[in-house]
Design a protein around this ligand. Sequence first.
Ligand code: PGA
Length: 257
Amino acid sequence: MKKKIIIANWKMSLSQAQALALTQALLESIKDRPLDNLELVVCPSFNVLSEVGRLLAKSNIALGAQDCCWEEAGAYTGEVSPQVLKEIGCQFVILGHSERRKYLGESDQLINSKVKSALKNGLAPILCVGETFEERQAGNKDFVIMQQLEKGLSGVNLGSADRLVIAYEPVWVIGSGQAVAAAEAEHTNQVVRQVLLDHFAPQKIEEQIHLIYGGSVNPENIKEFMLEPTIAGALVGGASLEAKTFSGLIAAAQKAV
Ligand code: PGA
């Protein structure tokens, strides 16, 4: 059985010095605790990615980026190549986060080309999907998520060594301190699984794809999510920014799996 996965999304919340201090503190806090049944990933911002990668190099924590370009190289001012991310040790990349969809107007088509480019360069995409409050109030939650998945995964093939993470993140609970009920996240993940079945063989979904939940996950509520059958981990923002809180979350997750 694949291990559950906990992914820290540091967003743009930390200075260079804070990110390095947090990495050291995190390594310190888990050094005597084998992660056995859990996979751990941290996604710092670009400025500090290489340095955090160097600190993590011999640890059991993997490195992820928060975005990547849809192309590998060329005249794309301000963009970061998935090839270079791979070169500096990244294994994962968050794509289609709701903050990028909202503030940068990222479309499902653009996200789809990034997913393909990430896979081509040996990175595992962490594809984020989720509804806004308005979409939910209008009764369109499942439809919105199915559309984001259909478009985001259009033409995507998974080779035998490829991995994919789908993070269901209800946009309106991100950073709110109030997660949705675990049972509801489980229901949505089953909708996600249904869509995935149109794209991938059941065995591939089982072995190579993690369906996870994100949105105000913390040390107190992580257990509920980890106990649900299709929730294979969590994407954690706010609660990953402080080593003590995050290692408490990891410990609570480990107990549940
Ligand atoms: P949050 O963020 O844990 O602070 O709600 C999650 C995310 O945006 O990935």
